[in-house]
Design a binder for this molecule. Sequence first.
Ligand code: HEC
Length: 106
Amino acid sequence: MHRKMTLLGLCAALATAVAGTAVAADGQALYTSKGCAACHGEAGGAPIMPIYPKLKGQNEQYLLNQMKDIKSGARANGMTAAMKPTVANVSDEEMAAIAGYLAGAQ
Ligand code: HEC
């Protein structure tokens, strides 16, 4: 009985640890694999050009809205054309994960 309880406790602890990091890891992996870092830099905090925006720590909902608007063309001013081909292959779910990651990036 005691052994069984310990295993259950361990499983619960592992499940919590995995669930807690899943979203952040996913968004971080997508940020890299989708090529965002090429322009916005490490964790969105080091853009390659002074006129490119910093994303790190920005509000999550705002980040998501801008990605969607740049993808759809609703936002088409400034330098958005540079980014449009990249967001063309990013789904709404992937954008949400990336936004969550960037908003929480330290
Ligand atoms: C080729 C360069 C380039 C790539 C790659 C790129 N972006 Fe951008 N991004 C830009 C530029 C330039 C802007 C600013 C557009 C403007 O001038 O309005 C921008 C704007 C944004 C904004 C709006 C920021 C704000 O403050 O309004 C977000 C959010 C964003 N990018 C996220 C991403 C994500 C996520 C990816 C990867 C899927 C990505 N970008 C890939 C160049 C890029």
